[in-house]
Each structure stands twice: as structure tokens, then as C-alpha cells.
Design a protein around this ligand. Structure first.
Ligand code: C5P
Length: 301
């Protein structure tokens, strides 16, 4: 029968199929089921589970669905993908922050969040338990990542602190350096002939705060430096000033098209060395960075 979405899709696909069946123990052991299973096996279908255990119906035996992580491991194993960051916890910031002026207005910047979201995805795909703390973007939440949505820099910092401990933190967010000194309770009114004066207050530096977090400092703290000139020189100064371990310096001069665009040109600056990466997509930057992070930690935790 192919009379529902799953079985119709399975009939129409030419891809390998893995199944994780679950049913009552007697249904599972029934000759009809076992004979049909034998047929499926001869067609090359792979099974995950079922396990022995308590059933929802109150009986006990084989028929319990494989645990979610067993299914994930089976899929990972099938693809031969390694999970070098399994057992590690990662924290990634992404997107802009919105700093309110009054209930309807805010200060923001042009960050799309694409780089940070791609990094969270790449770390999660390597097995890290990943929390993405993101300002407002137009992007979907990446699959397999815990996403915390915030608006302001101060909310981002609080969410980061809640997400600790972490083995690695990657600060890719374009955090607003300043917020409005006072946030009006009501919408500011336009009065003929008078223009409001905006006073600003400094926002917390999340990268610097995480880098100086004492016992809860992530083992590896990575920041970005968006520069329009003297990239490496400025990145080295930023590494020292912020106290982080690596800086990915990227060229955001208008000619580079980096902000809001799909590509990035990176120089990875550490205390010891500078690596120049060729211009590549933000996804490829994320993959390469995640590989470097996995190399840094060596074998899985
Ligand atoms: O000082 P600058 O903004 O150029 O530093 C950029 C790096 O610092 C990025 O990694 C950014 O995510 C981080 N940052 C931060 N909190 C701020 C400002 C920047 O985490 N308030």
C-alpha cells in the first residue's frame, strides 16, 4: 500500500531507506510482520531498532522505537560522517541587535545573520550541542540547534551567560556598540520646529565579557573583526584588547560586498599566526572554521 505520505514517498524514492519501526510486541513478532520485514531486508532496507522495553500499551518486549539519538547515530554512521565535536557545547551569537529608542523606533545595523547561522549549523553537524543566540534576522532557525531569539545587546549578553558553560563560543553577531541612553515609554512626538536629541549609552562587549568570564570562560573564544582597512593589524589589536583566542578578520569595505552578501574573505588571526583564507561563501567559511575548531579540540569529549 502507498496510501499515505510516508509510504508514497518511499515508493517514489530511489534513495537508500532506513526504517525505525515501533509496534506492540505481539504485532512485531507476528509472522505477517516478520515475513514482510524479510522482504524489506532483501530490498536493502536498513533497520534501526526496535528495542526491547516497556511499551505504551503496558506490555514489554521487542517493538519499542529506537531512541532518537540511536536513530541519529545510525544516520550519521550510514553517511560515514564523523562527529568530532560530539560531547562539546558550543555557543554562537548572530545577527544584529535592535536597540529601542521608543516603543516603535530602534537603532540597528545591516547584519543579515548568515555567517553566524552557518557557523551554528556547521558546529551542530559535527556533533556539538549548539546554542545560537540571535538578534532579529529573516533567516529560519537552523535545524538541530537550540535558538534563543533576543533583540538588544544586553539581552544577548544575558542569554549567553545563561547558555554557559560552553567549550567554544563564536561571537559573529554585529552587536550595536551603543544604545539609547533613555528609552522613551511613549512614542516620541514630532513637534514642529524641534528635533529630539539622542543621548547614547555604551553596550556591554559580549566577546570581551565571555573572554574574561573566569571559571566559566569557554575553552576557545572566537570573534570577528569587520574592517575596511589594515585588516590583520586591527585584528591583532582586537585579539589583545578583547582577550579572545582567535579573530576572523573580514573585509567589509563597500567594494567587498560582505555585509548582507553571500561571500566572505577571512584572515584567521591567532596569538601565533595569521592564515589567509581564499574568498569563499559564508557557508564554506563556517565549515572551515568548524573544522579548525574540531582540530583544536582533537578527539571527541
Ligand atoms: O569591536 P568590534 O565590534 O569590531 O568587535 C567585533 C567582535 O566583537 C565580533 O566578534 C562581535 O560579535 C563582538 N562584539 C560583541 N559585543 C559587542 C561588540 C562586538 O560581542 N558589544
Amino acid at each position: 500500500q502507498a496510501d499515505d505520505l510516508a509510504s508514497t514517498t518511499l515508493l517514489a524514492t530511489d534513495k537508500p531507506v532506513m526504517i525505525a519501526p515501533a509496534m506492540n510486541v505481539r504485532m512485531w513478532l507476528h509472522d505477517a510482520t516478520q515475513t514482510n520485514l524479510a522482504t524489506l531486508r532483501t530490498r536493502g532496507i536498513t533497520l534501526v531498532g526496535p528495542n526491547d522495553g516497556d511499551m505504551a500499551c503496558g506490555e514489554y518486549g521487542p517493538g519499542r522505537m529506537a531512541e532518537a539519538d540511536e536513530i541519529v547515530d545510525a544516520v550519521i554512521g550510514w553517511f560515514g560522517v564523523s562527529a568530532p565535536l560530539a560531547g562539546r557545547r558550543a555557543l554562537v551569537t548572530s545577527g544584529p541587535t535592535h536597540e529601542p529608542i521608543d516603543p516603535v523606533r530602534y537603532i540597528a545595523n545591516r547584519s543579515s545573520g548568515r555567517q553566524g547561522h552557518a557557523i551554528a549549523t556547521a558546529l551542530a553537524r559535527r556533533g556539538a550541542a549548539t546554542t545560537l543566540i540571535s538578534g532579529p534576522t529573516h533567516l529560519d532557525d537552523p535545524a538541530g540547534v537550540t535558538v534563543v531569539h533576543i533583540e538588544t545587546a544586553r539581552e544577548m549578553l544575558a542569554a549567553c551567560e545563561t547558555a554557559l558553560p560552553a567549550d567554544v563560543a563564536v561571537c559573529a553577531a554585529a552587536v550595536a556598540d551603543w544604545r539609547a541612553g533613555t528609552i522613551a515609554d511613549q512614542k516620541l512626538k514630532k513637534d514642529a520646529g524641534s528635533v529630539p536629541t539622542l543621548t547614547m549609552a555604551e553596550n556591554p562587549d559580549i566577546l570581551a565579557t565571555l573572554s574574561a568570564a573566569g571559571n566559566s570562560r569557554p575553552g576557545l573564544v572566537v570573534g570577528f573583526a569587520a574592517e575596511t582597512e589594515n585588516l590583520v593589524e586591527h585584528a591583532r589589536a582586537k585579539l589583545a584588547r578583547k582577550g579572545c583566542d582567535w579573530i576572523l578578520a573580514n573585509d567589509v569595505s563597500p567594494a567587498s560586498g560582505t555585509f548582507g552578501g553571500g561571500d566572505n574573505t577571512i584572515h584567521l588571526v591567532t596569538a601565533k599566526a595569521v592564515e589567509d583564507w581564499p574568498r569563499m561563501s559564508k557557508t564554506d567559511v563556517a565549515e572551515r572554521l568548524a573544522d579548525r575548531i574540531a582540530d583544536h579540540f582533537g578527539s571527541p569529549a
